[in-house]
Design a protein around this ligand. Structure first.
Ligand code: URA
Length: 433
């Protein structure tokens, strides 16, 4: 078999066989196929797409490129969730303690941010002492004893995705439905959970810019999960503007604490409760979505959920006192206000621009090697539907960098101001599965 022939076949719109896909994945992971040929195939897939069978074969070839996690030592049905990535998306920080408060084992494998999107592992590492690399034994022990654990992906879990994702990130081939679906589902299958809830983001801050594309991605992932006997639900949620008011690492932790204390923003709270309710139903604790939602609101009201977050921080080596003393979290030196120049209403906010601006302030990585500044980020003072006057603060940039010129320009450009008020009423577009 030759890589050249596989590229030609896909470039001409052909359907790749399981063997051809395995040849590519194994050869690329093993270093026998060079980046330039892999990049050519990725671009051909980007334009020609993949059939359901090809996408499923690609997913399994990626799962088999490394180790898989065996969670059978954990009692009960294990639930995981995954987001396709967004800006200000701190849902995992909220739902892990929330769902665990109901006694459902949450075994969460998470990743780091790249480009304009944030990652849960980076957010948690802004908590002094928090350990995100657990051994397999620690992970299983914590889920059994405390009903929750979160860990970064261990070294040899889906190595094909690590290499392919890094290549896609620099070859403009991230936003392809079969490539995203196989990337996410290979990690979820390899990390061993019985039930998976996917938060598929739609809008300017997501890889899928339209709700239609997001629903197609959701359907593709649900089919892959079902064919591999996983219980799976995909919730398509709004990412047309940053979620909540905070973007960055330590300030997203603060906002997650607010949600768990019952005083978080409406959009963030609604999305978190929806994802958590699906996790509770899939995990078998409740038959009924509404009943699960009532119980989840109750664990927030009674303080059980916030206590569970404190426990999560403590058992993973962090300082649980940050929950009541947020000044213990990293804080930036400079706070730069971005002000409106026109009168009107905020009609849209380009969430990807806000993500890029936050990255330039130090909250994200331009390359995989970059170090993160956990205190850097953006507080969104105005969101879609809000009225503005010239001079009003639209958002505040937090950073330790002295030169914020480019980040300021991008943040200002993210805001569109018009005469007609637009209200975003819907945060949940669809539920598939
Ligand atoms: N998240 C992933 O893990 N993979 C993708 O391809 C996109 C988002």
């Amino acid at each position: 078999m030759r890589m050249y022939d596989i590229i030609v076949k896909k470039r001409n719109g052909g359907e790749l066989t399981k063997e051809e896909i395995q040849f590519f994945v194994n050869g690329y992971t093993g270093g026998r196929i060079p980046d330039y040929q892999a990049a050519a195939l990725l671009m051909a897939i980007y334009f020609r797409g993949m059939s359901k069978k090809e996408t499923a074969d690609l997913t399994m070839a990626m799962v088999n490129s490394g180790e898989t996690v065996d969670l059978s030592a954990i009692e009960g049905v294990k639930v995981d969730k995954h987001s396709t990535g967004g800006v200000g998306d701190k849902i995992s920080l909220i739902v892990i303690p929330l769902v665990a408060s109901l006694g459902i084992p949450v075994a969460k494998m998470s990743g780091r941010g790249l480009g304009h999107t944030g990652g849960t592992i980076d957010k948690l590492e802004s908590i002094p002492g928090f350990r995100t690399e657990l051994t397999g034994e620690e992970f299983i022990y914590n889920v059994n004893k405390y009903k929750m654990a979160i860990s970064g992906q261990s070294g040899n879990l889906v190595p094909a995705d690590k290499k392919l994702y890094a290549l896609r990130d620099v070859t403009a081939t991230v936003d392809s439905i079969p490539l995203i679906a196989s990337s996410i589902m290979s990690k979820k299958i390899a990390s061993g959970a019985d039930c998976i809830v996917l938060d598929v983001k739609a809008g300017s801050g997501a890889f899928m810019k339209s709700v239609e594309e997001a629903c197609e991605l959701a359907g593709t992932m649900v089919e892959i999960g079902k064919s591999l006997k996983r219980k799976i639900v995909a919730v398509v949620t709004d990412m047309s503007q940053p979620l909540g008011h905070e973007v960055g690492n330590s300030n997203e932790v603060i906002e997650a604490i607010d949600v768990l204390k019952g005083k978080g923003p409406r959009d963030e709270t609604e999305v978190a409760l929806t994802i958590a309710s699906h996790m509770a139903v899939l995990g078998g604790a409740y038959e009924d979505f509404e009943k699960a939602q009532v119980e989840l609101k109750e664990v927030i009201r009674t303080g059980k959920a916030i206590d569970k977050l404190k426990l999560l921080i403590q058992i993973q080596g962090g300082d649980p006192d940050v929950v009541d003393n947020i000044e213990k979290l990293p804080k930036a030196k400079y706070h730069v206000e971005v002000r409106a120049v026109e009168e009107g209403y905020v009609t849209s906010i380009d969430a990807e621009c806000i993500g890029v601006s936050a990255m330039l302030l130090g909250a994200g990585r331009k390359t995989k090697e970059d170090k993160i500044d956990y205190s850097a980020g953006i507080s969104m003072k105005k969101k879609v539907g809000d009225k503005t006057q010239p001079g009003d603060i639209l958002c505040v940039l937090h950073t330790n960098l002295q030169d914020t010129g480019e980040a300021e320009q991008i943040a200002l450009k993210a805001y569109s101001i018009g005469n007609k008020q637009k209200i975003i009423e819907k945060y949940i577009y669809d539920v598939i599965g």
